[in-house]
Design a protein around this ligand. Structure first.
Ligand code: ADP
Length: 499
């Protein structure tokens, strides 16, 4: 879990605020309830004390004992766990209730309110063992002028009982609420952010090859919809910019071809003249070489701009790559024989793929052309095709000079040449491999290179096998294998012994 993600931060904020609210609510409820129960208890002891006052206020000294008997029978404070005491203001006790039924306190322990007591008062009285009693005292005068004090009291046991129960309920339910709230909040934010995940996933799939695709824009009229719409507008602008770049490159390359052809023709005419001095003849032949290079560059740029515009899929068809490899290798044998290079081909009977055969042939020609160009005389070049796991692999391996480690990551970049002087000598312009890569990507495949300086190079092209496979391809794959759409592996790396 990433603690800095919106999901986690939102959940933490939400849970923090909710937790604070719940704790405040619980404390307020607890304090309110305690206050209310205490006030109910107070009202009850006050009214009990006030009920007893009239019994004594109209009596003479001689009737006291009769009234006490009445009091015991009528109120029975012990049965209701209450405390009741009648005493003279001199301190002598006329009546005190006995030990309550629940034995919660000892009435003998309850201290007297300190005289002079002139008006009613309520106070908390603390007894041994931390017990608390709420006692209400009423001083009054009897008919014969004696001053008596009635004290009625009750323990806080019931209040404490209820409040501690409520406290327990809060203590158990609060963490439970919090866990449910955090989990619920996390799930809710996850759900709320899911459209963004979907937008991100789809945005990741958009490349220069499929700029016509758009992101999903949920009709929610909120930030997610605005984000998606804004990104779609940006992709639209990019699509238009890419289109105009492609059109410009294609137009420029196309427009350059005609004047170059004319220039070449005219220079060739001049070169045929007999009255030319050797120096001018040499200049013309050097100019013709440069025109060749320029023509090669413009043609390559035209190919690249067409590929970037997604042209390769236009003439797509199912064909046998093994057959194409055999024929192309055959055709290139003449070029290899000039340097006495041994060129061999190892292919299965059939390796069906879907694509533009002319473009795939161009990949093989570019790879073979490089291999023949850079491999020294009497060298060896091997072409191989194999089918495995729904993937067709084409390899071109040579035992030429190889490519140094620093250059390897760049050789598929446009106009990249390892050794400019050497490449120029061979007529290379640094576009052959980038064209090969663009063709492979446009066919849903990829191209890789394994090389080390002085140890030759091996280029591997991986392409998805055609879904309807020929009998031979089935034979190679095995009866249970399924054709895959994307090729990522280097299945053919075992075809050659490791260099
Ligand atoms: P170029 O048209 O210059 O050959 P590429 O794009 O085909 O351009 O190749 C890029 C660079 O990769 C070349 O300049 C060359 O140095 C290197 N390279 C390509 N293929 C091979 C090979 N088979 N052996 C050695 N170096 C190679």
């Amino acid at each position: 879990m990433n603690p800095r993600s919106i999901r986690v931060r939102l959940s933490l904020w939400y849970s923090g605020v909710l937790g604070l609210l719940l704790v405040t609510f619980s404390v307020a409820t607890y304090l309110g309830l305690e206050r209310y129960l205490t006030s109910v208890l107070r009202q009850s002891v006050i009214s009990q004390a006030r009920e007893v006052v009239p019994l004594f206020s109209h009596l003479d000294n001689k009737d006291e004992q009769r009234e006490i008997v009445e009091l015991r029978a009528h109120y029975a404070p012990e049965a209701s766990n209450r405390f009741l005491r009648v005493r003279r203001d001199t301190g002598s006790v006329i009546y005190v209730s006995g030990v309550p039924k629940d034995q919660s306190f000892d009435p003998a322990e309850v201290p007297s309110a300190q005289p002079p007591l002139v008006e009613e008062s309520t106070q908390d009285v603390f007894l041994s063992g931390g017990k608390r009693l709420l006692v209400h005292a009423i001083p009054f005068e009897t008919r014969d002028g004696r001053r008596l004090i009635i004290e009625a009291g009750a323990t806080y046991a019931q209040v404490d009982n209820v409040t501690s129960n409520v406290w327990m309920i809060f203590a158990f339910s609060l963490p439970l609420f919090m866990v449910v709230a955090v989990a619920g909040g996390y799930a809710l934010t996850r759900r709320a952010l899911r459209p963004i995940d979907e937008i991100t996933r789809r945005a990741e799939q958009i490349t220069s090859q499929n700029l016509s695709e758009r992101l999903p824009a949920p009709k929610t009229n909120d930030e997610v919809e605005r984000l998606s719409v804004a990104l779609n507008r940006m992709i639209e602008r990019l699509e238009r910019a890419f289109e105009s770049i492609h059109r410009f490159s294609a137009d420029a390359s196309h427009e350059l071809r005609t004047p170059l052809t004319i220039l070449r023709g005219e220079l060739e005419l001049v070169a045929q003249r007999r009255d030319l001095s050797p120096a001018i003849g040499e200049t013309i032949s050097s100019a013709l070489e440069e025109i060749d290079r320029l023509t090669k560059i413009t043609e390559s740029l035209l190919v690249i701009s067409r590929l970037d515009a997604g042209e390769s899929g236009h003439e797509s068809q199912e064909f046998n790559l093994a057959e194409l490899a055999r024929v192309t290798t055959e055709q290139m044998t003449f070029l290899a024989s000039e340097k006495e290079i041994e060129l061999c081909c190892d292919t299965p009977v059939s390796a069906q793929i879907h694509g533009n055969p002319l473009r795939i042939k161009q990949v093989l020609v570019n790879l073979l052309d490089n291999a023949i160009k850079y491999t020294p005389e009497k060298g060896k070049i091997k072409v191989a095709v194999a089918v495995a796991n729904g993937c067709v692999t084409l390899e071109v391996a040579d035992d030429g000079p190889g490519i140094n480690t620093a250059s390897l990551p760049h050789i598929f970049e446009r106009f990249y040449r390892v050794d400019k002087a050497r490449t120029r000598k061979f007529g290379g312009v640094g576009l052959g491999l980038s064209i090969a890569k663009s063709i492979c990507v446009a066919h849903g495949g990829n191209i890789k290179v394994e090389s080390a300086e002085g140890q030759g190079s091996r280029f591997s092209v991986h392409l998805p096998a055609a879904v309807t496979r020929s009998h031979s391809a089935k034979h190679q794959d095995g009866p249970d294998s399924h054709p895959a759409i994307h090729c990522q592996s280097n299945e053919l790396s075992q075809t050659y012994p490791k260099k």
